[in-house]
Design a protein around this ligand. Structure first.
Ligand code: NAG
Ligand code: NAG
Ligand code: NAG
Ligand code: NAG
Ligand code: NAG
Ligand code: NAG
Ligand code: NAG
Ligand code: NAG
Ligand code: NAG
Length: 654
């Protein structure tokens, strides 16, 4: 206790010292709601030497402390004369003799905002206006304390308060629009702020991004009055980007233009950046940003990402933009020349979006084994046969278009004798035709074994023609007279044909063809001879018989090489009755012949092609069979040496 006294003693001296001067205490600031009242607490001191003369009086001034400036009188204890705006509104609550200058102002209006000064009047010259003042603030709304920044997901305190300086009127505070807040919590309080009481209710909740911009209100009502005061605030809730919206992934045609849109939900507004892959395209501070892509090229296809960054967080969303285009002209191998039997691998690559389907066509038909590969397709041709020769086209297609490229495959192959090779009896003698196909085109030589003569060019004795066209060589010789047909008068002609190119060589004996026109010629030449007619009938039967036999063993007569061409041609049953005769003027080998061409009708053709044969044209029209009208040969007979296994034909004339 002693210690405490020792401590308080100097403090009391100071207080005594202060109370012995001209001093006033009143709150620096005080506030009141309009239409309510306010009590300004006030106490004052004067020097102890001053003796009040005829009581202690006081005056409250508004605005200025100096009477010379005639400030409005708020209250005056000597009289009840006050400024008009305070008439009937003010009352001194304090007891001046007790140095208590507490003032009540009722029915406050906005015009009463300002400074209030007290002047003590102790009589005589002891009149003193204290320089300290109270600043009255007249409010028409309650106050809400809002933190400078409100962050989403962080607990928030919002305090609504009103001055509580009017003893007659008790404020009631209510928060408005809190129905949809998550778990709002209210804490009423009556704290004194800078020595003047206030009444408050603190609202506590955790705001979410969705509460940004939401209105909240505080409503103040005085009991038993109609006065209502409201303040509405809008929440500014800061939050990191919550959603980044971009257009859905989509497809566009090349050359078109597109606008991609990005919308970022964040507070504050973000910096929006558009990326193409990892490459930054544009950056802008806004809540939305459009990306304009014009004249789209295939390279523009890719992932577009929009990123929003507002300092509180980063978020991005991506979309895929596909740029479609029709197939480009495919890349394929160069034209190529190969040898039969070898294998080929041809590649075709075409760019397109969507990925094109690649088809290999030859003469419009699908060919080969196609292997799809990463960026194209490979056509594999194994064991290449001559008819693989031709134009190969790679066709690239997608829903936007098609394109193709072609290459030529040239197949080189050993010569092959065609079945039309034969000898026929003509007016002048015998004509032999040898037709062979091969690449390079084969050379043809005739060999007369009886004469031990090889013929590969015209001479006085032999007419020789040869012409090559499109992998086919046709050779013709004419044996003119007896001398050429044999050494003995009993003429028998054996004609061999040799066909040769770099890939091979072969020799065949040519068969004498038993032509219907030969028989016709015989008929013409022997009218009237019954025996002859009988012979003809026998001959016709014999021919039919032989042909059947031949057809039963195709290839038998022309050697092994002709068995291979079965791939190209299959001999079909020759129905002699349906053969048509046609006289044509044909230019052949530079000479003009009136020729009767045998032309098959429909499936009666001499040869039927099997499968696509490319450049290999049908050969029926490539030779001329010459008329046989020479009287000498009228009685000509022929005998076929079959049954004994030997394969040759004898042509006998008398
Ligand atoms: C001054 O007077 C008022 C009103 O009567 C009273 O409430 C207050 O307590 C007094 N002040 C002092 C310091 O006595
Ligand atoms: C309000 O008025 C009622 C009667 O009308 C009275 O009982 C009550 O005390 C009053 N309240 C205040 C705060 O003046
Ligand atoms: C992207 O979205 C925006 C907004 O919805 C729209 O206007 C625009 O056409 C869209 N763009 C495309 C390419 O769909
Ligand atoms: C895009 O942002 C601008 C301001 O940056 C705004 O005026 C406009 O309304 C926004 N558009 C959309 C669709 O949000
Ligand atoms: C997008 O966000 C992911 C993580 O969410 C990040 O790995 C990626 O780098 C971002 N992309 C861009 C282009 O910013
Ligand atoms: C075709 O081209 C591909 C790719 O260049 C190559 O690998 C292949 O050998 C070529 N084929 C031929 C037959 O040249
Ligand atoms: C293929 O050959 C034909 C002639 O047969 C020619 O017109 C064409 O240009 C050739 N194509 C290529 C790609 O070499
Ligand atoms: C055929 O003629 C050639 C010379 O041209 C000769 O060497 C050969 O011995 C002859 N053969 C016969 C069977 O006479
Ligand atoms: C014909 O054969 C002879 C000898 O074999 C040869 O020298 C000549 O070049 C050949 N002529 C033709 C046109 O092939």
């Amino acid at each position: 206790m002693k210690g405490l006294e020792l401590l308080l003693l100097p403090l009391l001296f100071i207080l005594k010292d202060v109370s012995a001067q001209w001093n006033v205490w009143m709150p620096r600031d005080i506030s009141a709601m309009t239409n309510s009242c306010v009590v300004i607490p006030c106490s004052f001191t004067y020097p102890s030497g001053v003796r009040p003369y005829r009581g202690v009086h006081g005056i409250w001034y508004f605005g200025h402390p100096f009477p010379q400036l005639f400030p409005p009188v708020v209250f005056k204890s000597r009289t009840d004369i006050v400024h008009e705006s305070y008439k009937g509104r003010t009352r001194l609550l304090g007891d001046l003799t007790q140095k208590n200058c507490t003032l009540l102002i009722k029915n406050i209006g906005a015009e009463h905002s300002g400074r209030y000064y007290f002047r003590a009047d102790l009589g005589g010259a002891n009149i003193y206006t204290y320089p300290d003042f109270t600043q009255l603030q007249v409010l028409d709304q309650p106050n809400i304390d809002v933190p400078e920044e409100i962050f989403s997901d962080q607990s928030l305190d919002l305090t609504c308060y009103v001055p509580d300086n009017c003893p007659d009127m008790i404020p009631e505070i209510h928060w408005m629009y809190t129905d949809y807040l998550p778990d709002p919590f209210f804490t009423p309080d009556g704290i004194a702020e800078s020595n003047t009481p206030i009444h408050s209710i603190t609202l506590t909740f955790t705001p979410r991004p969705m509460h940004n911009g939401q209105l909240l209100g505080c409503r103040v009502h005085y009991t038993n009055t109609t006065f209502v005061y409201e303040r509405i605030i809008s929440l500014d809730v800061k939050y990191a980007p919550r959603t980044v919206w971009v257009n859905v992934s989509q497809e566009q045609m090349e050359g078109s233009s597109v606008v991609l849109h990005c919308d970022v939900d964040s507070n504050p507004i973000p910096t929006i950046t558009w990326f193409f892959g990892n490459q930054e395209l544009t950056s802008v501070i806004a809540s939305n940003a459009s990306l304009f892509l014009e004249n789209l090229a295939p390279e523009d296809q890719g992932i577009y990402t929009c990123a929003g960054d507002n300092g509180l967080g980063i978020m991005n969303t991506s979309m895929f933009l596909a740029v479609n285009y029709p197939p480009r002209e495919p890349w394929i191998n160069e034209s190529i020349t190969v040898v039969e039997g070898s294998s080929l691998s041809l590649q075709c690559i075409s760019k397109a979006n969507p990925t094109p389907t690649l088809t290999w066509l030859k003469n419009g038909e699908l060919v080969g084994t196609i292997k799809a590969q990463e960026e194209g397709s490979t056509l594999e041709l194994h064991e290449i046969v001559p008819q693989a020769d031709g134009v190969y086209r790679c066709l690239a297609e997608n829903e936007h278009g098609r394109a193709s490229s072609s290459l030529n495959v040239t197949v080189e192959f050993a010569p092959v004798l065609l079945q039309d090779s034969k000898c026929t009896i003509i007016r002048e003698g015998v004509q032999c035709i040898c037709i062979a196909t091969g690449n390079p085109e084969p050379t043809i030589e005739f060999f007369l074994p009886d004469l031990n003569i090889t013929i590969n060019g015209s001479s006085n004795r032999f007419q020789f023609f040869a012409q090559s066209d499109h992998y086919t060589t046709t050779g013709i010789i004419k044996l003119r007279d007896k001398g050429e047909r044999g050494n003995n008068g009993d003429t028998a002609v054996h004609v061999h044909c040799s066909i040769t190119n770099v890939y091979g060589s072969d020799t065949f004996r040519l068969e004498l063809q038993q032509e219907k026109k030969y028989i016709m010629a015989v008929i013409v030449g022997t009218i009237g001879g019954v025996a002859v007619i009988a012979f003809i009938i026998a001959a016709v039967r014999y021919v039919g018989h032989n042909n059947k036999k031949e057809n039963g063993n195709p290839g038998q007569d022309v050697g092994s090489k002709v068995e291979n061409p079965a791939m190209f041609y299959s001999a079909v049953k020759k129905d002699k009755q349906s053969l048509r005769k046609k006289v044509l003027k044909t230019e052949l080998l530079g000479s003009k012949f009136n020729s009767i061409l045998e032309e098959g009708t429909g499936d009666d053709s001499d040869y039927q092609s099997v499968g696509p044969i490319g450049g290999m044209e049908r050969q029926e029209l490539n030779y001329a069979a010459l008329e046989f009208l020479h009287g000498r040969h009228r009685e000509g007979g022929f005998r076929r040496a079959d049954g004994d296994g030997s394969d040759y034909t004898e042509i006998k004339t008398k």
